[in-house]
Design a protein around this ligand. Structure first.
Ligand code: DMJ
Length: 541
């Protein structure tokens, strides 16, 4: 009897569930239902492909040059480098004490901190992001502590919705760099596990991934704020380096195929004025709002085109061509000189140039310098000069503040030059981009002013952002009594302190002929792919 009753209840519940699901389906628009069907189809195709694809033969580890030392002979430079190492130790020790295992640290409240990009789970973002900086600084005990935590605690089978881009650049990039530097298998294993969890994000009608994915269910979606349900150029366009390395290390072409599919799709699309809009709808494959930026929402897409070429030992000429085309359009439409003679990169919004530059955009100085060699029509001198001009402008944006730290965005309009106008653009959150550009310019020119500017920034960070519980961002760089935002960003350890340290090291530490830095400053070795095929792409043959 009881059994019968149980069965009856189960049947009733199943029916109700099916009815609810049917009702939900009916609420959806035709487009949405079609998109879902297409997504399902794609999933099946992917599964079939997976079964068909034969694993590639294992490849030898690339030659890992310059992973230790870089000790400068000049005692003054050595002292500065030691100071930066001490700052790293202060940031790490406090995170270790008050935020261990959390994603980031609140240095004033002295507790853990997180944001929605990391989902709702404690994934130790600061540990993963900091590992390679600890390694090159010779902080080996700290490195080992981090490794132990990752080995025992870093678990991706969690019901947590994360940003595909952020997890890729910070976690996969961080783990891969830690693997290459230390040779410890655990980092490679974790990187591959995590990458597997990101793959469902690509199950969209176009293969352009969702911005977010739930690590457990694999369900993806886009940010609510993005134009017309779009995915973001700088997000789906900043996966290439890490995914190529994943295919290289595992022999599984699935990662490589995903990013090459994105590239091919972008290549086929019309671009207004030759510019890539920041928004692309993953259901329809159409551009969203025509907004182009070399700062937030666009930035690292351009960076990864150039770096795909460098990382392939300059074999991936398709990527280089896309970079050259994009940069030419950017120079034509977005780069201008202010009345005061400062070169800036504005933003294109629906046919109009906004004369505003973001702190994020300042990375482009380094990118232009890095791309100078090998540029079309042999314009190396021109691009190095452009890099120097952007570095100068960004330095001015620091120098024209009270704290000598740069604002989040600054204008070149109505008599204003390199200064933030709106209150909500006056903050500095320990970002690396300006220092990143100083470092690239230093490597390519050895002009001492870049070390001098880097040292100014170091002192300002130490004076205004250092608190007893770590380092914090500040809310207003024009105020002599700034308030803190109480966040020690993980990229401060991954990038800002690493680029500073490299700026005061010899060039034989992570030489640029052998290493390419991902957008979170995680160094990945150049791959000599001449004898390896990642998926039959002629660029790699
Ligand atoms: C970092 O996560 C990366 O550099 C990214 O490309 C842009 N934003 C932050 C640093 O500002």
């Amino acid at each position: 009897r009881e059994e019968e009753e149980r069965l009856r209840n189960k049947i009733r519940a199943d029916h109700e569930k099916a009815l609810e699901e049917a009702k939900e389906k009916l609420k959806k628009s035709r487009d949405e239902i079609q998109a879902e069907i297409q997504t399902e189809k794609n999933k099946v195709v992917q599964e079939l492909k997976k079964k068909d694809s034969k694993p590639l033969p294992p490849v030898p580890l690339p030659n890992l040059i310059g992973i230790n030392s870089g000790e400068p002979a000049d005692p003054d430079i050595r002292e500065k480098r030691n100071k930066i190492k001490e700052m790293m130790k202060h940031a790490w020790d406090n995170y270790r004490q008050y935020g261990w295992g959390h994603n980031e640290l609140k240095p004033i409240a002295r507790k853990g901190h997180s944001t929605n990009i990391f989902g709702n789970s404690q994934m130790g973002a600061t540990i993963v992001d900091a590992l390679d900086t600890l390694y090159i600084m010779g902080l080996h005990d700290e490195f080992r502590e981090g490794q132990e935590w990752i080995d025992k605690n870093l678990d991706f089978s969690v019901n947590s919705e994360v940003s595909v881009f952020e997890v890729n650049i910070r976690f996969i990039g961080g783990l891969l760099a830690a693997y290459y530097l230390s040779g410890q298998e655990v980092f490679k294993i974790k990187a591959v596990q995590l990458a597997g969890k990101l793959l469902p994000a690509f199950n969209t009608p176009t293969g352009i991934p969702w911005a977010m994915v739930n690590l457990k269910s694999g369900v993806g979606r886009n940010w609510g704020w993005a134009s017309a349900g779009s995915s973001i150029l700088a997000e789906f366009g900043t996966l290439h380096m890490e995914f190529v390395h994943l295919s290289y290390l595992t022999g599984d072409p699935v990662y490589y195929n995903k990013v090459m599919h994105i590239r091919k799709l972008l290549q086929k699309m019309d671009r207004p004025n030759g510019l890539y809009p920041n928004y692309l709808n993953p259901r329809t494959g159409r551009w969203g709002q025509h907004h182009t930026s070399v700062g937030g929402l666009g930035d690292s897409f351009y960076e990864y085109l150039l770096k795909a070429w460098l990382m392939s030992d300059k074999m991936d000429t398709e990527a280089r061509k896309m970079y050259d085309d994009a940069i030419e359009a950017i120079e034509k439409h977005l780069i201008r000189k202010s009345n005061g003679g400062l070169t800036f990169i504005g933003e294109w919004k629906n046919g109009h140039l906004e004369r505003k530059m973001g702190h994020l955009t300042c990375f482009a100085g380094g990118m232009f310098a890095l791309g100078a060699d090998g540029s079309r029509d042999d314009k190396a001198g021109h691009y190095l000069q452009l890099g120097a001009e952007i570095a100068h402008t960004c330095h001015e944006s620091y120098d024209r503040t009270t704290l000598k730290l740069g604002p989040e965005a600054f204008k070149f309009d109505g008599g204003v030059e390199a200064v933030a106008v709106r209150q909500n653009e006056k903050y500095y959150i320990l970002r690396p981009e300006v220092i990143e550009t100083y470092w690239y310019m230093w490597r390519f020119t050895h002009d001492p002013k870049y070390r001098q500017w880097g040292w100014e920034a170091t002192q300002a960070i130490d004076k205004y952002c250092r608190v007893s519980g770590g380092f914090s961002g500040v809310k207003d760089v024009y105020s002599s009594s700034p308030t803190y935002d109480d966040v020690q960003q993980s990229f401060f350890l991954a990038e800002t302190l690493k680029y500073l340290y490299l700026l005061f090291s010899n060039d034989d530490l992570l030489p640029l002929d052998n290493w390419v830095f991902n957008t979170e400053a995680h160094p990945l070795p150049v791959l000599h792919l001449a004898n390896t095929t990642l998926s039959g792409n002629p660029a790699y043959r």
